[in-house]
Design a protein around this ligand. Structure first.
Ligand SMILES: C=C1C[C@]23C[C@@]1(O)CC[C@H]2[C@@]12CCC[C@@](C)(C(=O)O1)[C@H]2[C@@H]3C(=O)O
Ligand SMILES: O=C(O)CCC(=O)C(=O)O
Ligand SMILES: [Fe+2]
Length: 358
């Protein structure tokens, strides 16, 4: 039985100093502990944004004959793109949005019945990265790994089975889509199935696993001073993000600064995560991103965080490594990397980087 994501932090508790989640709707003013200044969000060195150029991550039609190249280009330049014509039914996107809204609309005391434990991955709580910041984030989250049945039964004693069906169907679609996107991106680099033995298509996607992260960014009295989700990269191979019709996601590019990703109805955002950056020997960027908040509209997002089974060693594809240089990164499992990231956050990638001699 392969090690599952659920066990990643067993024996490695993560203490979150700001684990308290208030009833956001009752706060008419932004408490001081939620007021971010630019220096509070500097763990990744993101310079101030130059004037906006209007450039944005590409929107790629997955049915377009040139989709492979467009995806490859987006992964190399932005580490992110949006997709349309992805084959995920609009009704299912609406269902997962409804589920997310309904979950976060429950009374705080009910949500706390399924609070995430210090050694667990699943459940309700603040983002895991909260421990690295002095200020609190204006958001609440719910992480699903494995079956949500036990948690959902506590949240919705009557309707939990319907909600479990939605999650199952959503994950099925996301799993197939994520694998398709990974191969399109790799194909753009001339890498195919024979080059990565653990990811062979014939193995029925059993080499992969995922977490579903539901996020809620409530209406905020002072959005310019608050932070929904602080700047981070995902530890995944790929993350597929659904956002409701409220903008808030921003991606960072060295030459452009923070760029807001506009929500297009029915489209999905795809982020390159740290493991795909490693696998591509640094050719694909793992995108630095964050979520801002809004004064008039609540924002919901659903992130499908996708990676390999916890014990698969990820290392740069040999074909992408120069014959005269060592690979850019040492090999690492997702489990090892998640633990490194949980302890060292923004330093995790450089800790497994092979430093080349000049
Ligand atoms: C598989 C995982 C990726 C994640 C940590 C986790 O164990 C489950 C939650 C994920 C999430 C979602 C919000 C942002 C993030 C950085 C966090 O704090 O929890 C990611 C983690 C990640 O990608 O490292
Ligand atoms: O809400 C968003 O747009 C971003 C969410 C995110 O980055 C995550 O869940 O990892
Ligand atoms: Fe993220």
């Amino acid at each position: 039985m392969p090690a599952m994501l659920t066990d990643v932090f067993r024996g490695h508790p993560i203490h979150l100093p700001h684990s308290h989640i208030p009833d956001f709707t009752s706060l008419r003013e932004l408490p001081d502990s939620y007021k971010w200044t630019p220096k509070d969000d500097l763990l990744f060195s993101a310079a101030p944004s130059p004037p906006a150029t209007g450039e944005n991550i590409p929107l790629i039609d997955l049915d377009h004959p040139d989709a492979t190249n467009q995806i490859g280009h987006a992964c190399r330049t932005w580490g992110a793109f949006q997709i349309s014509d992805h084959g995920v039914p609009l009704g299912l996107l609406q269902d997962i949005e409804f589920l997310t809204g309904s979950l976060f609309g429950l009374p705080v005391q009910r949500k706390l019945k399924s609070a995430r434990s210090e050694t667990g991955v699943s459940g309700y709580g603040v983002a895991r990265i909260a421990s690295f910041f002095n200020k609190q984030m204006w958001s609440e989250g719910f992480t699903i790994t494995g079956s949500p049945l036990n948690d959902f039964r506590k949240l919705w004693p009557q309707h939990h089975l319907n909600y479990c069906d939605i999650v199952e169907e959503y994950e099925e679609h996301m799993k197939k889509l994520a694998s398709k996107l990974m191969w399109l991106a790799l194909n753009s680099l001339g890498v195919s199935e024979e080059d990565i033995e653990w990811a062979s298509l014939s193995s029925d996607l059993n080499w992969a696993q995922a977490a579903l992260q539901l996020n809620h960014y409530p209406v905020c009295p002072e959005p310019d001073r608050a932070m929904g989700l602080a700047a981070h990269t995902d530890s995944t191979l790929l993350t597929i993000l659904y956002q409701n019709n409220t903008a808030g996601l921003q991606v960072f590019r060295d030459d452009l600064g923070w760029v807001t990703v506009p929500p297009f109805p029915g489209s999905l955002v795809v982020n390159v995560g740290d493991l795909f950056h490693i696998l591509s020997n640094g050719l694909f960027k793992s995108v630095l991103h964050r979520a801002r908040v809004n004064q008039t509209r609540a924002r919901l997002s659903v992130a499908f965080l996708w990676g390999p089974q916890s014990d698969i060693k990820i290392s740069p594809v040999p074909k992408l490594v120069s014959p005269v240089e060592s690979p850019l990164y040492q090999s690492v499992t997702w489990k090892e990397y998640l633990r490194t990231k949980a302890t060292h956050f923004n330093k995790a990638l450089s800790m497994i980087r092979n430093h080349r001699e000049e």
